[in-house]
Design a protein. Structure first.
Length: 100
């Protein structure tokens, strides 16, 4: 599986989350997932909320357009980002320094 794939109404992305980091950052990871670092601790959903905010900011969509679809309590998460799939794929590719 790729780190992202186009889906009906947006893209599905796989993200490996590392909580308790110095700053929030989303970048290219491996072929299978993006890499996210958030300052929040994984307590009471704080890290997941920070991840959603980070993904929304990076992809230029509202927080309501991002939802966790799998891995709520795991480091490897699946998210769905609503919007124009082609534009969102370009943003995802830019995290790796490439464009589709």
């Amino acid at each position: 599986m790729s780190a992202w794939k186009a889906a009906d109404g947006g893209i599905a992305i796989a993200v490996r989350l590392t909580p308790r980091c110095g700053r929030d950052a989303l970048s290219g990871g491996t072929d299978e997932h993006l890499s996210a670092r958030v300052a929040a601790a994984p307590v009471d959903g704080a890290a997941n909320a920070s991840l959603i905010a980070l993904v929304a900011k990076t992809f230029g969509v509202s927080r309501g357009s991002v939802r966790i679809t799998g891995g709520e309590t795991a480091r490897l998460k699946r998210l769905f980002v609503e919007g124009d799939a082609a534009a969102l794929a370009r943003v995802a590719a830019s995290l790796y320094g490439t464009a589709p």
